[in-house]
Design a protein around this ligand. Sequence first.
Ligand SMILES: Nc1nc(=O)c2cc3nc(NCCN4CCCCC4)[nH]c3cc2[nH]1
Ligand SMILES: [Zn+2]
Length: 377
Amino acid sequence: MTATPTDRFAFDLHATDGMARTGVIHTPRGDIRTPAFMPVGTAATVKAMLPESVAATGADILLGNTYHLMLRPTAERIAHLGGLHRFMNWSGPILTDSGGFQVMSLADLRKLTEAGVSFKSHIDGSKHMLSPERSMEIQKLLGSDIVMCFDECPALPADRDRIATSMQLSMRWAQRSRDAFGDRPGHALFGIQQGGLEQDFRAESAQALTDIGFDGYAVGGLAVGEGQEAMFGCLDHATGVLPVDKPRYLMGVGKPDDIVGAVKRGIDMMDCVLPSRSGRTGQAFTRRGVVNLKNARHADDPRPLDEGCTCPACSNYSRAYLHHVFRAQEMILGMLLTWHNLHYYQTLMQGMRDAIAAGRFVAWEADFHAVRAQGDI
Ligand SMILES: Nc1nc(=O)c2cc3nc(NCCN4CCCCC4)[nH]c3cc2[nH]1
Ligand SMILES: [Zn+2]
């Protein structure tokens, strides 16, 4: 993470290769090299990692969640304690999701109206509401550098009428989010494109968001079970209708090959719980594919998890050790594999940034897939 002192939010595009792009997003809290992967710090922590360890993996920016933090410890308490950066000891940029998606996937007794969503906490059953205005207020209290519009993400599959109705509601909420966000130099507000897998609705949503005007544009409504082929099919048209000079953020993605395919289709930023969540369950992502340390075949294997990796897990421990601490359910397993997975994801991003800058993304992508096809991991 490098920091060119600035009081503004700006996106500098350095190079393109096909639809793929590489550049830097400048924020007052530091630069974000794109394409960027954002580790997820839902409850003000990237699980099993110290913030300095997350920084050591190469992450420039973290993701936080309005939904979780408004319920516990509350946005007001975090604001009173100096804001989310101080609270969680992360001095770099933080992007916060706006809460709508998490309400629909986690909360109980949800009631959605034009005004917003009322719901009961999945933690203690207490009653809450979120609206564009309340979501903007919470994200401001947290001190988020990149704020997401409050939107509705329809579950797929859904019929065209449902998708259109939902997208149009989200566009009205985008305008209300923009109005409530106000003018906050150095802080960014991103719009979220909706429209399911429908090309006409995606274009209509992109136009509506562009007419309102945002500092960046997310592709929402994906990674909700549609599968990689449908997601890529959607990205083949959905990113191209978004402004070329602003960052494009694909929400909730994904597996390494999802990420490569998204960058190939013009995405600049992504986030996903997969590298951290899988790490805690013994799954390690490597250049040759996924290694499951639960498997007894590792019990006597003195080799590192991934010979080519320089992370602490691969530098100092054997597969046999990782298998042992998995079996023993020791905390160090989650620590080491989360660190490795986040390191691997950041290495992947750096490889793509270098390849795009050198105009050799096609060759890099071919090598990425070839190595993974070899198996024997
Ligand atoms: N505000 C907002 N709007 C969205 O349309 C959205 C769409 C999303 N789609 C996902 N997918 C997450 C998939 N993830 C994969 C690994 C296991 C847990 C779920 N996260 C999302 C977050 C989102 N946030
Ligand atoms: Zn490693």
